[in-house]
Every structure is written in C-alpha cells, then in structure tokens.
Write a protein that binds this ligand. Structure first.
Ligand SMILES: [Cu+2]
Length: 119
C-alpha cells in the first residue's frame, strides 16, 4: 500500500514542476529589459540576443506594418508562445526562466526570424 502511494506521488511530480515555472513568461507594465529588439523593415533588427536566466527581452515594432514574435513548441518552450500583433510603437516583453536557445518567427512573416540565447 505504501509503495503504491509513493509511486503516485512520483508520477505527479513532473506535472507540478511544469506548472511551477514556465520557460517563458509574459511581462506587463514597466519593465527593465536586458535586451531590446526593434522591428523595422520586415526584420528583427537584433536577430540574436544573449541574456541570463530570469532576464527580460522587449520587442518594439517601429513601423506601421503589424508584427509579432512567435516561439513554436520545441526546445525550452513546451507550448507555442504566440505574441499579439504589435502596431507601430507597441511593445511586448517576455521573461526567460530557463537556459537554452529560443528561436522565434513573426507569425504572418515566417521569414522574419530571431533567437534569444539564455545563459
Ligand atoms: Cu512580421
């Protein structure tokens, strides 16, 4: 009986861990960013940024054409993280809670690519 209970507790652990801390977390409000990525001319102007675990990256669209950032499931990201479409001068911030390489695209413009390396 005791060993069955123990097995049940062990089986529940990975789920609990996954909920405890998502690899990527949306940050709202005033934020100190470790890296700022401007979007202009259909490109992420700093396509590769390096930050440390727990730091935040902020994207700013500087042109009238709407863009977003979209991390597909894979690598450190368990589920797709699809940011909202940003109009001119709108920003979006994400905090990165686990080390790894996070590749992303712009949903309607998949040729727009970038990566965040979290050390
Ligand atoms: Cu785009």
């Amino acid at each position: 009986m005791r060993s069955i209970l123990f097995a049940a507790v062990l089986a529940a652990l990975p789920l609990a861990a996954a909920h405890a801390g998502e690899a990527v977390e949306v940050v709202t409000g005033a934020t100190a960013s470790a890296a700022d990525v401007k979007i202009a001319k259909m490109k992420f102007q700093t396509p590769e940024v390096k930050i440390k675990v727990g730091e935040t990256v902020t994207w700013t669209n500087t042109e009238p054409l709407p863009h977003n950032v979209h991390f597909k499931a894979g690598g450190p990201v368990e589920k797709d993280v699809e940011g909202p479409m940003l109009r001119a001068n709108q920003t979006y911030s994400l905090k990165f809670n686990a080390p790894g390489t996070y590749n992303y695209i712009c949903t309607p413009h998949p040729f727009m690519t970038g990566k965040v390396i979290v050390e």
